[in-house]
Design a binder for this molecule. Sequence first.
Ligand SMILES: *Cc1c(COP(=O)(O)O)cnc(C)c1O
Length: 409
Amino acid sequence: MSNIVHVRPGTAVITRGYDPALSLGSARPAVFRSSTYVFPTPEAAARAFDIVSGRVPPVDGESPDLIYSRISHPNAEILEDHLVPLEPGATEAAVFNSGMAAIMTAFFTFARPGSTIVHTSPLYGGTTQLIHEFLEPFGVNSVPVHAGEGDALDAAIRDAADLCIVFIETPANPTLVMTDIRRAAAAASARPDKPVVMVDNTFLGPVFQHPIPLGADLVLYSATKYLSGFSDLIAGVALARDPHLIARLRARRVLFGNILQPDECWMLDGRLPTVTLRMNRQSKNAQRIAERLAGHPRLEAVFYPTLFRDPDQFRIYQSQCDHPGGIVSLVFRDGRPAAFDFLRKLQLAKNAVSLGGVETLVCHPRSTTHSSMTEAEVRAAGLSDGLVRLSIGVEDWRDLLADIESALD
Ligand SMILES: *Cc1c(COP(=O)(O)O)cnc(C)c1O
């Protein structure tokens, strides 16, 4: 055993959480595809079921024998142990077979019929639909608050009856409008019933934005995006400081059957050591490109955190984010035709939804990811028909800028 007790996240993600002795000494973990696990004795089987079902607490440091892969499996445990050090303040993680699965499981763990969820708006399209099509019919009231309206969010949190969840997605997609996590968490903790504060941290986490030290209870990810980083797998993650919250999510995960499968766990695990390298490069590229495009005559606006003009937005960015991140939105003066022309003319950047991959992806949200929003929602979200969202990759930024500028001209 090493006597180095405390290491930094970039070290821990490589050195912790995996014991080669349990995989015949292989330097990288094996993939354990087995659906079921053999017990050494019938007593061990009984004890494993007692612990997993919560009838008996594990004694210090005891981890029960594996039972069945819908409950957990070695590759999920290895991955979860590697995710924890990447999220400051977290003690436990749970992995899911998509970002939506993580969000859905969090909602159905903490929402009760008759209770209320307060959330920022706009949210990821799937999350919005989940609220309207499942939570509301299930008897949960939803109270949307426009991103960036801090006073309104405080009031909604203060005044909601039987508040179970405060759900924040920041920055908002695709305008990058930010919500002050610390302020929302303070409003939530002023309530005696202590709602669970959840942050969808997909856009800036785990590298540039750390919700748990700001007071959030649960951090959620579409690991499909930056965490995996190569646009080739679907996964979701939940992390928390309080291990009981994760234990409750895991209990639901067993019933919903939405744990991440062993092969995907193994793939995602191999991507974690480079997430900081990739995101730093993506953010530097995006910043250089956004700042050079600001003021371009064909653009009405460039949405990017270092270009925020609203003083409160700039304050939130500076106090909440280490770096501005890899997403840039351009608003064309000549609306959708100009946006579509731009998409047609790009040669290096690919026209696709999703984000966070090493390759630059560009999309027109109004006609794709945000096409099911009503006109009123679109206006409230500040989403214009001339807006194009860029997810900047790790290519050489000068080539990307040349591609973008020539498509603009
Ligand atoms: C992609 C995304 C999701 C959904 O994740 P999946 O992995 O596609 O299920 C949720 N929230 C945000 C912010 C996303 O970008």
